[in-house]
Write a protein that binds this ligand. Structure first.
Ligand SMILES: *[C@@H]1O[C@H](CO)[C@@H](O)[C@H](O)[C@H]1NC(C)=O
Ligand SMILES: [Fe+2]
Length: 434
Protein backbone atom coordinates (compact mmCIF):
# COMPACT_ATOMS: atom_id res chain seq x y z
CA UNK A 1 0.00 0.00 0.00
CA UNK A 2 1.19 3.49 -0.86
CA UNK A 3 2.18 5.21 2.44
CA UNK A 4 1.74 8.70 0.96
CA UNK A 5 -1.98 9.23 1.81
CA UNK A 6 -1.36 8.14 5.42
CA UNK A 7 1.57 10.54 5.76
CA UNK A 8 -0.53 13.30 4.23
CA UNK A 9 -3.36 12.63 6.67
CA UNK A 10 -0.93 12.59 9.64
CA UNK A 11 0.59 15.84 8.42
CA UNK A 12 -2.83 17.45 8.16
CA UNK A 13 -3.80 16.31 11.67
CA UNK A 14 -0.60 17.65 13.22
CA UNK A 15 -0.93 20.93 11.32
CA UNK A 16 -4.47 21.30 12.64
CA UNK A 17 -3.30 20.64 16.21
CA UNK A 18 -0.56 23.24 15.90
CA UNK A 19 -2.97 25.75 14.41
CA UNK A 20 -5.41 25.17 17.27
CA UNK A 21 -2.67 25.92 19.80
CA UNK A 22 -1.57 29.14 18.14
CA UNK A 23 -3.64 31.97 19.65
CA UNK A 24 -5.08 34.21 16.96
CA UNK A 25 -5.62 37.61 18.46
CA UNK A 26 -8.88 39.33 17.48
CA UNK A 27 -8.79 42.91 16.18
CA UNK A 28 -9.46 46.03 18.30
CA UNK A 29 -13.08 46.97 18.94
CA UNK A 30 -14.79 50.30 18.39
CA UNK A 31 -15.77 52.76 21.07
CA UNK A 32 -19.20 52.03 22.49
CA UNK A 33 -22.08 54.32 21.60
CA UNK A 34 -24.36 55.39 24.37
CA UNK A 35 -27.79 56.22 23.02
CA UNK A 36 -29.13 56.95 26.45
CA UNK A 37 -32.34 58.87 26.59
CA UNK A 38 -32.72 61.90 28.85
CA UNK A 39 -33.42 60.93 32.43
CA UNK A 40 -35.37 62.64 35.19
CA UNK A 41 -32.98 65.28 36.52
CA UNK A 42 -33.04 63.93 40.09
CA UNK A 43 -32.23 60.37 38.97
CA UNK A 44 -28.99 59.07 40.56
CA UNK A 45 -26.50 58.30 37.79
CA UNK A 46 -22.95 56.90 37.65
CA UNK A 47 -23.20 55.36 41.11
CA UNK A 48 -19.95 53.92 42.51
CA UNK A 49 -18.59 53.06 45.93
CA UNK A 50 -15.11 53.15 47.48
CA UNK A 51 -13.54 52.59 50.90
CA UNK A 52 -13.63 55.53 53.29
CA UNK A 53 -11.73 54.40 56.37
CA UNK A 54 -12.37 51.45 58.64
CA UNK A 55 -15.84 49.92 58.11
CA UNK A 56 -17.00 52.88 56.01
CA UNK A 57 -17.75 53.31 52.33
CA UNK A 58 -18.16 56.42 50.24
CA UNK A 59 -21.11 56.41 47.84
CA UNK A 60 -20.65 58.69 44.83
CA UNK A 61 -23.29 59.60 42.25
CA UNK A 62 -24.29 62.38 39.89
CA UNK A 63 -27.61 64.16 39.39
CA UNK A 64 -28.53 66.75 36.79
CA UNK A 65 -30.73 68.37 39.44
CA UNK A 66 -28.59 70.82 41.43
CA UNK A 67 -31.02 70.75 44.36
CA UNK A 68 -31.02 66.94 44.78
CA UNK A 69 -29.97 66.01 48.34
CA UNK A 70 -26.65 64.18 49.08
CA UNK A 71 -28.32 61.63 51.26
CA UNK A 72 -27.96 57.84 51.26
CA UNK A 73 -30.46 55.54 52.94
CA UNK A 74 -29.29 51.98 53.52
CA UNK A 75 -29.94 48.73 55.36
CA UNK A 76 -29.55 44.98 55.17
CA UNK A 77 -32.97 44.19 53.75
CA UNK A 78 -34.37 45.38 50.47
CA UNK A 79 -36.64 48.40 50.72
CA UNK A 80 -36.09 48.78 54.48
CA UNK A 81 -33.50 51.42 55.23
CA UNK A 82 -32.52 51.44 58.88
CA UNK A 83 -29.76 54.04 58.47
CA UNK A 84 -29.32 57.32 56.71
CA UNK A 85 -26.23 59.45 56.04
CA UNK A 86 -25.83 62.99 54.82
CA UNK A 87 -22.90 63.80 52.54
CA UNK A 88 -21.37 66.62 50.54
CA UNK A 89 -21.39 67.59 46.89
CA UNK A 90 -19.26 69.28 44.31
CA UNK A 91 -19.36 70.22 40.64
CA UNK A 92 -16.97 71.68 38.11
CA UNK A 93 -16.87 73.44 34.79
CA UNK A 94 -14.49 72.64 32.01
CA UNK A 95 -14.50 75.03 29.06
CA UNK A 96 -18.15 74.91 27.88
CA UNK A 97 -19.00 71.78 29.88
CA UNK A 98 -20.84 71.97 33.22
CA UNK A 99 -20.86 68.83 35.31
CA UNK A 100 -23.93 67.60 37.13
CA UNK A 101 -24.04 67.68 40.92
CA UNK A 102 -21.49 65.14 42.15
CA UNK A 103 -22.50 63.69 45.51
CA UNK A 104 -20.11 62.02 47.98
CA UNK A 105 -21.69 60.44 51.04
CA UNK A 106 -19.85 58.31 53.58
CA UNK A 107 -21.89 55.51 55.16
CA UNK A 108 -21.12 53.22 58.09
CA UNK A 109 -20.04 51.64 60.34
CA UNK A 110 -20.86 48.60 58.21
CA UNK A 111 -20.71 44.90 59.03
CA UNK A 112 -18.16 42.75 57.19
CA UNK A 113 -19.17 40.35 54.46
CA UNK A 114 -22.74 41.62 54.38
CA UNK A 115 -25.09 42.62 51.58
CA UNK A 116 -26.54 46.12 51.93
CA UNK A 117 -29.33 47.74 49.94
CA UNK A 118 -29.25 51.48 49.33
CA UNK A 119 -30.86 54.42 47.65
CA UNK A 120 -29.26 57.73 46.67
CA UNK A 121 -30.96 61.09 47.15
CA UNK A 122 -34.21 59.45 48.23
CA UNK A 123 -34.73 58.23 44.67
CA UNK A 124 -35.23 54.80 43.13
CA UNK A 125 -33.67 52.63 41.88
CA UNK A 126 -32.33 50.61 44.75
CA UNK A 127 -28.72 49.47 44.52
CA UNK A 128 -26.88 46.84 46.51
CA UNK A 129 -23.31 46.02 47.46
CA UNK A 130 -21.46 43.40 49.47
CA UNK A 131 -18.88 44.50 52.02
CA UNK A 132 -15.53 42.67 52.05
CA UNK A 133 -14.72 40.02 54.67
CA UNK A 134 -12.89 40.92 57.88
CA UNK A 135 -10.14 38.41 57.17
CA UNK A 136 -8.74 36.21 54.41
CA UNK A 137 -9.66 34.88 51.97
CA UNK A 138 -10.28 37.98 49.88
CA UNK A 139 -10.30 38.39 46.10
CA UNK A 140 -9.33 41.48 44.12
CA UNK A 141 -10.27 41.97 40.48
CA UNK A 142 -7.59 43.99 38.70
CA UNK A 143 -7.89 45.78 35.34
CA UNK A 144 -6.23 49.01 34.22
CA UNK A 145 -6.54 51.24 31.14
CA UNK A 146 -10.23 50.46 30.82
CA UNK A 147 -11.70 53.01 28.43
CA UNK A 148 -15.15 52.42 26.99
CA UNK A 149 -14.90 50.16 23.96
CA UNK A 150 -16.34 46.78 23.02
CA UNK A 151 -13.32 45.24 24.78
CA UNK A 152 -14.02 47.21 27.95
CA UNK A 153 -17.50 45.73 27.92
CA UNK A 154 -16.11 42.23 27.50
CA UNK A 155 -13.58 42.76 30.34
CA UNK A 156 -16.31 44.08 32.65
CA UNK A 157 -18.61 41.17 31.75
CA UNK A 158 -15.85 38.70 32.68
CA UNK A 159 -15.14 40.46 35.97
CA UNK A 160 -18.87 40.38 36.69
CA UNK A 161 -18.84 36.60 36.31
CA UNK A 162 -16.09 36.17 38.90
CA UNK A 163 -16.53 36.12 42.64
CA UNK A 164 -14.58 39.06 44.03
CA UNK A 165 -14.63 41.63 46.79
CA UNK A 166 -12.81 44.74 45.53
CA UNK A 167 -11.87 46.16 42.13
CA UNK A 168 -8.38 47.66 41.76
CA UNK A 169 -7.66 50.00 38.83
CA UNK A 170 -4.07 51.19 38.26
CA UNK A 171 -4.95 54.24 36.17
CA UNK A 172 -6.50 55.37 32.88
CA UNK A 173 -10.23 55.14 33.48
CA UNK A 174 -12.49 56.78 30.91
CA UNK A 175 -10.17 57.94 28.11
CA UNK A 176 -12.39 61.02 28.07
CA UNK A 177 -9.37 62.95 26.77
CA UNK A 178 -10.83 66.42 27.43
CA UNK A 179 -14.35 65.54 26.20
CA UNK A 180 -16.04 65.73 29.61
CA UNK A 181 -19.29 64.03 28.63
CA UNK A 182 -17.21 60.86 28.20
CA UNK A 183 -16.63 60.86 31.95
CA UNK A 184 -20.41 60.64 32.29
CA UNK A 185 -20.75 57.76 29.83
CA UNK A 186 -17.88 55.95 31.54
CA UNK A 187 -19.62 56.40 34.89
CA UNK A 188 -22.77 54.85 33.44
CA UNK A 189 -20.84 52.00 31.83
CA UNK A 190 -19.17 50.92 35.08
CA UNK A 191 -22.13 51.59 37.39
CA UNK A 192 -23.47 47.99 37.46
CA UNK A 193 -20.12 46.79 38.85
CA UNK A 194 -18.88 49.88 40.68
CA UNK A 195 -22.13 50.30 42.63
CA UNK A 196 -21.85 46.71 43.90
CA UNK A 197 -18.16 46.45 44.95
CA UNK A 198 -15.66 49.08 46.09
CA UNK A 199 -13.65 50.45 43.16
CA UNK A 200 -10.24 51.64 44.29
CA UNK A 201 -8.51 53.61 41.56
CA UNK A 202 -5.36 55.59 40.95
CA UNK A 203 -4.78 58.01 38.10
CA UNK A 204 -3.03 57.69 34.75
CA UNK A 205 -2.00 60.13 32.05
CA UNK A 206 -5.55 60.14 30.61
CA UNK A 207 -6.88 61.60 33.86
CA UNK A 208 -4.62 64.68 33.63
CA UNK A 209 -6.56 66.75 31.10
CA UNK A 210 -4.57 69.87 31.94
CA UNK A 211 -4.52 72.87 29.62
CA UNK A 212 -1.53 75.20 30.09
CA UNK A 213 -2.54 78.52 31.74
CA UNK A 214 -6.20 77.46 31.83
CA UNK A 215 -6.63 74.18 33.66
CA UNK A 216 -4.63 72.34 36.29
CA UNK A 217 -4.67 68.61 35.90
CA UNK A 218 -7.00 65.98 37.34
CA UNK A 219 -10.02 68.25 37.87
CA UNK A 220 -12.62 65.80 36.61
CA UNK A 221 -10.88 62.79 38.15
CA UNK A 222 -10.62 64.43 41.57
CA UNK A 223 -14.21 65.62 41.48
CA UNK A 224 -15.71 62.31 40.40
CA UNK A 225 -13.39 59.68 41.87
CA UNK A 226 -12.77 60.86 45.40
CA UNK A 227 -10.64 58.28 47.18
CA UNK A 228 -9.92 57.98 50.96
CA UNK A 229 -6.88 60.29 51.01
CA UNK A 230 -8.02 62.30 54.02
CA UNK A 231 -8.79 59.04 55.83
CA UNK A 232 -5.21 57.87 55.15
CA UNK A 233 -3.42 61.06 56.19
CA UNK A 234 -2.66 62.28 52.66
CA UNK A 235 -3.17 65.83 51.47
CA UNK A 236 -3.91 64.77 47.88
CA UNK A 237 -6.49 62.57 46.17
CA UNK A 238 -3.63 61.45 43.90
CA UNK A 239 -2.03 59.18 46.55
CA UNK A 240 -3.56 57.36 49.50
CA UNK A 241 -3.82 53.96 51.15
CA UNK A 242 -6.47 51.66 52.56
CA UNK A 243 -6.67 48.44 54.53
CA UNK A 244 -8.96 45.51 53.94
CA UNK A 245 -8.92 41.95 55.31
CA UNK A 246 -5.22 41.61 56.13
CA UNK A 247 -4.05 43.72 53.17
CA UNK A 248 -2.46 47.17 53.24
CA UNK A 249 -2.78 48.72 49.78
CA UNK A 250 -0.91 51.84 48.71
CA UNK A 251 -2.09 53.81 45.68
CA UNK A 252 0.57 56.13 44.25
CA UNK A 253 0.59 58.85 41.60
CA UNK A 254 2.91 58.50 38.61
CA UNK A 255 2.06 62.02 37.45
CA UNK A 256 2.56 63.99 40.62
CA UNK A 257 5.90 64.78 42.28
CA UNK A 258 7.49 61.67 43.69
CA UNK A 259 11.13 62.58 44.32
CA UNK A 260 12.67 62.44 47.81
CA UNK A 261 11.62 66.02 48.58
CA UNK A 262 8.02 65.63 47.46
CA UNK A 263 4.91 65.52 49.62
CA UNK A 264 4.06 62.18 48.11
CA UNK A 265 7.39 60.70 49.19
CA UNK A 266 7.02 62.08 52.72
CA UNK A 267 3.48 60.73 52.92
CA UNK A 268 4.65 57.31 51.66
CA UNK A 269 7.26 57.12 54.45
CA UNK A 270 4.66 58.09 57.05
CA UNK A 271 2.19 55.56 55.67
CA UNK A 272 4.76 52.73 55.61
CA UNK A 273 5.69 53.44 59.21
CA UNK A 274 2.05 52.76 60.17
CA UNK A 275 1.90 49.33 58.52
CA UNK A 276 1.66 46.45 60.99
CA UNK A 277 2.51 43.19 59.21
CA UNK A 278 0.92 41.16 62.00
CA UNK A 279 -2.39 42.80 61.19
CA UNK A 280 -1.84 43.23 57.42
CA UNK A 281 0.68 40.60 56.28
CA UNK A 282 0.20 41.53 52.59
CA UNK A 283 1.49 44.82 51.18
CA UNK A 284 0.20 45.79 47.71
CA UNK A 285 1.18 48.87 45.73
CA UNK A 286 -0.49 50.33 42.64
CA UNK A 287 0.53 53.12 40.26
CA UNK A 288 0.16 53.77 36.56
CA UNK A 289 3.57 53.71 34.85
CA UNK A 290 5.37 50.35 35.23
CA UNK A 291 8.93 50.12 36.54
CA UNK A 292 9.54 46.65 35.07
CA UNK A 293 8.38 46.54 31.49
CA UNK A 294 9.91 44.66 28.56
CA UNK A 295 7.35 45.94 26.06
CA UNK A 296 8.75 48.50 23.62
CA UNK A 297 5.93 50.89 24.58
CA UNK A 298 6.65 53.49 27.29
CA UNK A 299 10.23 52.33 27.92
CA UNK A 300 11.95 54.26 30.68
CA UNK A 301 8.94 56.41 31.64
CA UNK A 302 8.87 55.00 35.17
CA UNK A 303 12.62 55.30 35.76
CA UNK A 304 12.77 58.43 37.91
CA UNK A 305 9.90 57.36 40.16
CA UNK A 306 11.53 53.94 40.47
CA UNK A 307 14.90 55.48 41.41
CA UNK A 308 13.23 57.53 44.15
CA UNK A 309 10.73 55.06 45.55
CA UNK A 310 11.89 51.50 44.93
CA UNK A 311 14.40 51.54 47.84
CA UNK A 312 11.52 52.47 50.18
CA UNK A 313 9.18 49.79 48.87
CA UNK A 314 12.00 47.23 48.97
CA UNK A 315 12.89 48.05 52.58
CA UNK A 316 9.18 47.83 53.41
CA UNK A 317 8.90 44.41 51.68
CA UNK A 318 6.11 45.27 49.25
CA UNK A 319 4.69 41.96 47.99
CA UNK A 320 3.06 42.86 44.68
CA UNK A 321 3.14 46.00 42.52
CA UNK A 322 0.41 46.53 39.90
CA UNK A 323 0.82 49.02 37.06
CA UNK A 324 -0.99 49.82 33.82
CA UNK A 325 -0.13 52.25 30.98
CA UNK A 326 1.37 49.61 28.69
CA UNK A 327 -1.57 48.03 26.89
CA UNK A 328 -0.54 44.45 27.47
CA UNK A 329 0.08 41.98 30.29
CA UNK A 330 3.41 41.14 31.93
CA UNK A 331 4.41 39.39 35.17
CA UNK A 332 7.90 39.39 36.68
CA UNK A 333 9.77 37.31 39.22
CA UNK A 334 10.38 38.98 42.58
CA UNK A 335 12.69 41.86 41.61
CA UNK A 336 14.63 44.79 42.97
CA UNK A 337 17.07 47.26 41.44
CA UNK A 338 16.60 45.88 37.94
CA UNK A 339 17.23 42.21 38.71
CA UNK A 340 15.55 39.26 40.36
CA UNK A 341 15.69 39.28 44.15
CA UNK A 342 13.78 36.92 46.44
CA UNK A 343 12.91 39.79 48.83
CA UNK A 344 11.67 42.13 46.08
CA UNK A 345 8.14 42.65 44.76
CA UNK A 346 6.37 40.78 41.96
CA UNK A 347 5.54 43.44 39.34
CA UNK A 348 2.43 42.97 37.24
CA UNK A 349 1.58 45.23 34.31
CA UNK A 350 -2.11 44.96 33.55
CA UNK A 351 -2.96 47.86 31.25
CA UNK A 352 -5.10 45.66 29.05
CA UNK A 353 -8.64 46.49 30.18
CA UNK A 354 -9.94 47.53 26.75
CA UNK A 355 -8.88 51.07 25.85
CA UNK A 356 -9.51 52.58 22.41
CA UNK A 357 -5.83 52.93 21.49
CA UNK A 358 -5.33 49.21 20.95
CA UNK A 359 -2.66 46.81 22.19
CA UNK A 360 1.11 47.21 22.56
CA UNK A 361 2.43 44.33 20.47
CA UNK A 362 6.18 44.91 20.28
CA UNK A 363 8.49 43.38 22.89
CA UNK A 364 12.20 43.69 23.56
CA UNK A 365 14.07 40.49 22.71
CA UNK A 366 15.46 38.43 24.28
CA UNK A 367 13.23 39.01 27.33
CA UNK A 368 15.00 40.25 30.48
CA UNK A 369 15.78 37.48 33.00
CA UNK A 370 13.09 38.84 35.35
CA UNK A 371 10.21 38.64 32.87
CA UNK A 372 8.15 35.48 33.41
CA UNK A 373 5.08 35.95 31.22
CA UNK A 374 4.14 38.65 28.70
CA UNK A 375 1.39 38.93 26.16
CA UNK A 376 -0.43 41.69 24.31
CA UNK A 377 -4.11 40.75 24.72
CA UNK A 378 -7.05 42.36 26.48
CA UNK A 379 -8.00 40.81 29.81
CA UNK A 380 -8.21 41.15 33.58
CA UNK A 381 -6.54 39.67 36.65
CA UNK A 382 -7.78 38.08 39.86
CA UNK A 383 -5.76 38.04 43.06
CA UNK A 384 -7.14 35.61 45.58
CA UNK A 385 -5.32 36.08 48.88
CA UNK A 386 -5.98 32.79 50.60
CA UNK A 387 -4.23 33.39 53.92
CA UNK A 388 -1.25 35.25 55.40
CA UNK A 389 1.23 33.20 53.38
CA UNK A 390 -0.41 32.25 50.07
CA UNK A 391 -2.09 34.11 47.23
CA UNK A 392 -3.24 32.77 43.88
CA UNK A 393 -2.87 35.13 40.93
CA UNK A 394 -4.47 34.50 37.55
CA UNK A 395 -4.72 36.53 34.37
CA UNK A 396 -7.74 35.98 32.14
CA UNK A 397 -7.55 36.77 28.47
CA UNK A 398 -10.74 38.00 26.72
CA UNK A 399 -10.61 35.17 24.25
CA UNK A 400 -13.61 35.11 21.88
CA UNK A 401 -15.68 36.57 24.72
CA UNK A 402 -14.71 33.72 27.06
CA UNK A 403 -12.47 34.58 30.02
CA UNK A 404 -9.60 32.17 29.34
CA UNK A 405 -7.18 31.76 32.23
CA UNK A 406 -3.82 32.22 30.54
CA UNK A 407 -1.30 32.84 33.30
CA UNK A 408 -1.51 31.65 36.89
CA UNK A 409 0.86 31.37 39.81
CA UNK A 410 0.93 30.89 43.57
CA UNK A 411 2.66 33.81 45.27
CA UNK A 412 3.99 33.35 48.80
CA UNK A 413 4.19 36.40 51.03
CA UNK A 414 7.40 38.12 52.16
CA UNK A 415 6.19 37.67 55.72
CA UNK A 416 6.29 33.91 55.23
CA UNK A 417 9.68 33.90 53.49
CA UNK A 418 11.30 35.77 56.38
CA UNK A 419 12.17 38.89 54.31
CA UNK A 420 10.01 41.16 56.49
CA UNK A 421 11.72 40.03 59.70
CA UNK A 422 15.16 40.18 58.08
CA UNK A 423 14.72 43.82 57.05
CA UNK A 424 13.18 45.26 60.22
CA UNK A 425 16.28 47.30 61.07
CA UNK A 426 16.85 48.49 57.50
CA UNK A 427 13.23 49.64 57.31
CA UNK A 428 13.37 51.52 60.62
CA UNK A 429 16.56 53.23 59.48
CA UNK A 430 15.17 54.39 56.13
CA UNK A 431 11.85 55.51 57.64
CA UNK A 432 13.42 57.56 60.42
CA UNK A 433 16.03 59.31 58.21
CA UNK A 434 15.15 62.99 58.06
C1 LIG B 1 -2.37 28.84 53.30
O1 LIG B 1 -2.93 28.36 52.10
C2 LIG B 1 -2.11 27.45 51.41
C3 LIG B 1 -2.75 27.16 50.08
O2 LIG B 1 -4.06 26.70 50.22
C4 LIG B 1 -1.90 26.20 52.27
O3 LIG B 1 -1.05 25.29 51.58
C5 LIG B 1 -1.27 26.63 53.57
O4 LIG B 1 -1.15 25.51 54.43
C6 LIG B 1 -2.10 27.70 54.26
N1 LIG B 1 -1.37 28.21 55.41
C7 LIG B 1 -1.95 28.44 56.58
C8 LIG B 1 -1.08 29.00 57.63
O5 LIG B 1 -3.12 28.20 56.79
FE1 LIG C 1 -1.54 55.44 30.37
Amino acid sequence: MDPKPIITVLFLISATVIAAQEYVRPPPRKALHFPWSRKPSSLPQQVHISFAGDKHLRVTWVTDDKSAPSVVEYGTSSGKYSSVAQGESTSYTYMLYRSGKIHHTVIGPLEHDTVYFYQCGGQAPEFQFKTPPAQFPITFAVAGDLGQTGWTKSTLDHIDQCKYDVHLLPGDLSYADYIQSRWDTFGELVQPLASARPWMVTQGNHEKENIPLLKDGFQSYNSRWKMPYEESGSSSNLYYSFEVAGVHAIMLGSYTDNDEYSDQYRWLKADLSKVDRQKTPWLLVLFHVPWYNSNKAHQGEGDSMMAAMEPLLYAASADIVFAGHVHAYERTKRVNNGKSDTCGAVHITIGDGGNKEGLAHKYKNPPPEWSVFREASFGHGELNIVNSTHAFWSWHRNDDDEPVRSDQVWITSLVSSGCVAEKTLELTKILTEP
